[in-house]
Design a protein around this ligand. Structure first.
Ligand code: HAM
Length: 425
């Protein structure tokens, strides 16, 4: 019997995993500088949490969740996104009561959505996301967007487009909602079933329908920007002003609707404009969600954040032909010939490793030539050769593989010699 990986998932193999580590490290470093702290929440939560936050009319909740009953009869869902859990934890741990406001958090980890797999779309994918809770200063909206852009830029991506919209506050959305209902009502039978059921529940989601996107009523649908009240409009203008001051280019698209229900005010997506990127171009999505904390049982607290998947980030890097500078190769391979030398190499390898070097030896009982080949395959910067004869004289031969230079040093000074050599490389 042979097994295959489940559809929409992938093994990250050695060679590939180093790229992930590189990106994760870069994200952590940026979060450190922006003063966002890591939070780790469970991979599964009570299903109700997602119904409440993501919204029960969304595709995620209606079609995409991995939901099951556990042995205690509770409905459990593998997290389809990170915001709900972060907000749950924020409320549960009373982070709203800590003196350091806003609370600025980041997370990285697998999310699960039962979607039709295609390029850039997986059933298990890894999101890096940030959430800033407790501030309704438009400067934090700009900060969150700047953080996402900085990650992409520092990895070398250039062909990016930032698209923004404002979904306004509750009164603005209410007015817009009514305008949308009036606009679509008379001809809703021409739309798909999903749109029909959304007309009353959540008409804004009609604008995001993939099936009906070419319907003539879509083009003429009322724009949310025409329904923003003064407060919402001024807020949005301030976010744009800050972005401009930070030198971050953006486009305003009044038709940008996010696929989750908790948003208001600022909504944004970052797209790849690289040629050949594929049909799904959204790399990152986020926005403001004032009201969500209250929805989850906490005090009224504003919030904003984003999430991006590492899978799509890697796809964008590939589309722009960017290779990450991930360290390959090892520092030293110890070639040993003869029984005693082999025994000694066990100790020498260990000593080098303990002083910080990346070191390997032979474990396949290879002949010298094959050991040298193995060192070559591992792209070893140095090869140290120890035979019983050298051992007798308490010396070891060292070859610098880049220059071909060879030296012999005493075993006693071997570790120090290697350390200096590797550090000055
Ligand atoms: P989202 O737009 O559903 O938002 O997802 C954010 C990002 O996750 C997408 O832009 C994409 O990079 C990635 N993503 C989503 N689904 C998949 C998939 N099936 N395969 C690969 N990548 C995927 C959220 O999840 C919100 N929680 C973002 C947020 C945080 N808003 C405020 N705070």
């Amino acid at each position: 019997m042979s097994f295959q990986i489940p559809r929409g998932t992938q093994d990250i193999l050695p060679g590939e995993a180093e790229k992930w580590q590189y990106i994760e490290q870069m994200a952590r470093d940026i979060c450190r500088r922006y003063n966002y702290q890591e939070i780790r929440t469970p991979i599964f939560e009570h299903t109700e949490l997602f119904l409440r936050s993501v919204g029960d009319t969304t595709d995620i909740v209606q079609k995409e969740m991995y939901t099951f009953e556990d042995r205690g009869g509770r409905s459990i869902t593998l997290r389809p996104e990170g915001t709900a859990a972060v907000v749950r934890s924020f409320v549960e741990n009373k982070m709203y009561g800590t003196p350091n406001q806003p609370v600025k958090l980041y997370y990285m980890g697998p999310m699960f959505r039962y979607e039709r797999p295609q390029a850039g779309r997986f059933r298990q994918f890894v999101q890096f996301g940030v959430e800033a809770l407790g501030s309704s200063d438009p400067a934090i909206d700009a900060e969150v967007i700047a953080l996402a852009m900085e990650l992409y830029h520092s990895l070398g991506l250039k062909k990016l487009k930032l698209v923004m919209n404002s979904l306004g506050d509750a009164p603005s959305r209410k007015a817009h909602r009514q305008a949308l209902i009036d606009h679509f009502k008379g001809r809703i039978s021409e739309f798909c079933e999903d749109c029909q059921s959304r007309l009353e529940k959540n008409p804004m989601r009609i604008l995001d329908c993939k099936k009906d996107r070419d319907h003539e009523l879509m083009e003429t649908a009322p724009s949310i920007l025409d329904y923003l009240n003064d407060e919402s409009r001024l807020y949005f203008e301030k976010v744009q002003l800050y972005l401009t001051k930070l030198g971050i280019a953006f486009e305003v698209d009044p038709r940008l609707v996010r696929g989750l229900d908790y948003y208001n005010h600022t909504a944004f997506e970052i797209m790849s404009e690289a040629e050949g990127f594929g049909a799904i171009t959204t790399l990152c999505g986020g926005g403001r969600y004032n009201g969500l904390v209250q929805e989850i049982g906490g005090p009224e607290t504003p919030g904003i954040g984003f999430a991006l998947s590492i899978e799509r980030l890697l796809a964008a890097l590939a589309a722009e032909g960017i290779t990450l500078p991930v360290a390959q190769g090892i520092d030293c391979f110890i070639v040993a010939l003869g029984e005693k030398a082999k025994d000694e190499s066990v100790i020498l390898v260990n000593k080098l490793r303990q002083s910080g070097m990346k070191v390997e030896r032979d474990y396949q009982d290879r002949k010298v030539k094959a050991q040298l080949k193995a060192a070559d395959r591992l792209e070893s910067a140095y090869v140290a050769i120890l035979g019983d004869e050298e051992l007798e004289k308490q010396v070891i031969a060292i070859k610098n593989m880049a220059t071909g230079e060879q030296t012999e040093v005493s075993l006693h000074s071997f570790v120090q010699y290697m350390k200096t050599a590797v550090e000055s490389k």
